[in-house]
Design a binder for this molecule. Sequence first.
Ligand code: NAD
Length: 411
Amino acid sequence: MYINGEFTTGKSIDRIAIINPATEEIIDDVSRGTPEDVASAVQAAKEAFYEWRRVPANERAAALHEVATKIRSHHDEIVRLITQEEGKPIPENEEELWWVEETFDYYAEIARHERGRVIPPGEQGQFNFIIKEPYGVVGCIVPWNYPLLLLVWKMAAALAAGNTVVIKPSELTPLSTLRLVEVACDHLPPGVVNVVTGYGPEVGEALVMHPKVPVIAFTGSLAVGQHIAKLAGPMMKKLHLELGGKDPMVIAPDVDIATAVSGTAYAALINTGQVCTSTERVYVHESIMPQFSEEIADFVSKLRLGNGLDPETDIGPMIRNKFREKVEGQLSDAVASGAEILVGGSRPSQFAKGFFLEPAVVTKVNHSMDLMREETFGPVIPLMPYKSIDDAIELANDCKYGLGACLMTHD
Ligand code: NAD
């Protein structure tokens, strides 16, 4: 862990093994943090806040640009580390890290330019203005699927505004976070950035409940987001919750089919479908359904599964077996209710180890199936025909989640 500018194993002797999902090998282990570790980190962050908030905006901006520069100088090493702990192929992690670097540069500039406002007086003698103030300690709770990007969207913004942070990375992917902090945050005053590793109900919840943490920025599942909202609501905390989704893709009859096929496969299968804004259900105009389904099944069957470190790999493993089993369960339930798997959906025989699942294309689905209602978070493309664009919009909106949506059309 990283508390008050120093690496520490914290109060507990327990460790959490970090597994490479492509090989199932243990690549490292980290401390299993405790609520006492959270308290130490929050105390350090609170003390650092009084100085950090007073650092002139130009200096804070320079410090954040320096974070970006230092990450760039360790780019290849960090890309490799995310690939080993998270599993997605190198080009996708390259992209994640470019975004991470640019995020620090972006918020560095916001730090210099963001300002308040003067408002016309309501009465003679009044002077009204808005001044932006940092909150204090921001708790950043992060999932595993984009361990660094989803961290820095919280962290860079919080630091830019003069807050300090306590980071709780996912217990599945803490290594890249620890390395980023080690190589890129050593010039920041102690306590401005802290990392407490560990499990959600132990460390994450202690952060949510800590009275000196007024803001929680969380990305993760709907269920945990709801739980956090329930805990933090009565404490009147500021919450920033980025949760799950079941994003629709609507394919209009006027598309170029080859473009729509590769675009849909990308939208549904990037990071093995483990993206909050993955396309999770596809509505295809009935006039092109036969050709579209045939071509996308052919396209998907040619994608190469493998270790993300292998440059030939298109699709990596899922992060853990329990998530793969959830996808398999949704698929078998759908098949039991009449769905047809055109391609994929099985564990590939060529790998002795690794949480691989062949990407699937499924037809004959309907909205009574979990596959079309609940977040899948895996490599599955269910196709359902529609008659008119109004039907398609109705189907797209027949969903308890709200997150992203895609439409392919020339119109
Ligand atoms: P998760 O909700 O299981 O865990 C997210 C984080 O919360 C982890 O660090 C975890 O340790 C912590 N946590 C778990 N229980 C907690 C508790 N009781 N109190 C406090 N913290 C707790 O999610 P995950 O499996 O890591 O990530 C996948 C989910 O994240 C998917 O549902 C996906 O859609 C969602 N997600 C959303 C976005 C978005 O921007 N909307 C982006 C990426 C992922």
